[in-house]
Ligand binder design. Structure first.
Ligand SMILES: [Mn+2]
Length: 253
């Protein structure tokens, strides 16, 4: 399945969609592999008209859909000016992506939305990835939002590296990579996230924050991870609406 109107080739595109249905943990949910296509299906059924500019997203933006990438790093290494929308997959893909983009993008800031710290020293890949990111990107360029459950070891790691959890974030004119683990949101809006945690803020809250970050900065790439798949449900529709709102921020009158 492809995103509607993704008729541009990679070189001429300004937006590139890539599925990354990676499941590397020891107990992966094999059905999560369906997530990128379920998300594409949802996105293709959204209104793409933007009342602010009077333009339609699918008519105006030059979109390429790379399908489901076997090697995400290789795909990202071909980036020239494109903005990448990556649909996971487990959170592990963030490390693969940041490692490559941090080499080609100057002063990359990484903003991680997640209910969890994912900073364990041992265990599944997707629960350890923050430690690996700190090896690539200076801690002052890493911004955490929404983390609310930790192990003692994770909390200590964050304090040691000065990694702060922000309520909101006023970054401006930066090159940004956003990682959006859907479990950051109130579970009501994302019932099929892999590891649900209560007490998340609303989808509206995160929508507004993401729109602001995309308007005020240069988005290099954003990933959406930790869908638990199964079948089409409101999770996909909600995240597709969020993505549509972000795409609208790139429309120019
Ligand atoms: Mn999480």
């Amino acid at each position: 399945m492809k995103i509607d109107n993704s008729v541009y080739n990679f070189e001429e595109a300004e937006i590139v969609f890539a599925g990354a249905p990676l499941a590397r943990s020891k107990t992966p949910n094999p059905l999560a592999r369906k997530a990128p296509d379920l998300l594409r299906f949802s996105l293709n059924n959204k209104y793409d008209y933007d009342p602010l500019t009077g333009l339609n997203v699918f008519d105006e933006l030059r979109i390429h859909d790379s399908g489901n990438a076997k090697n995400l790093g290789r795909l990202l290494s071909r980036r020239v000016m494109q903005k990448f929308f990556i649909i996971g997959g487990e959170h592990t893909i963030t490390y693969d992506a940041v490692k490559v983009l941090n080499k080609s993008v100057k002063d990359l800031h990484v903003i991680i939305f997640d209910a969890h710290a994912d900073a364990r020293s041992k265990g599944e890949d997707n629960a350890c990835f923050l430690r690996k990111i700190v090896d690539e990107v200076p801690a002052e360029n890493i911004h955490l939002i929404g983390q609310r459950v930790f192990s003692g070891e994770e909390h200590e790691f964050m304090e040691e590296h000065g990694l702060k959890i922000h309520e909101s974030l006023d970054l401006k004119n930066k090159n940004i990579y956003i990682s959006f683990d859907i479990d950051v949101v109130d579970c009501v809006h994302v019932p099929t996230c892999s590891t649900p945690e209560p007490f998340g803020k609303s989808l509206e809250y995160y929508n507004d924050l993401l729109v602001k970050l995309c308007r005020n900065n240069n988005l290099i790439s954003i990933d959406f991870v930790e869908f638990s798949g199964k079948e089409y449900d409101i999770t996909y529709s909600n995240i597709a609406s969020l993505i549509m709102n972000l795409l609208k921020t790139f429309l120019k009158e």
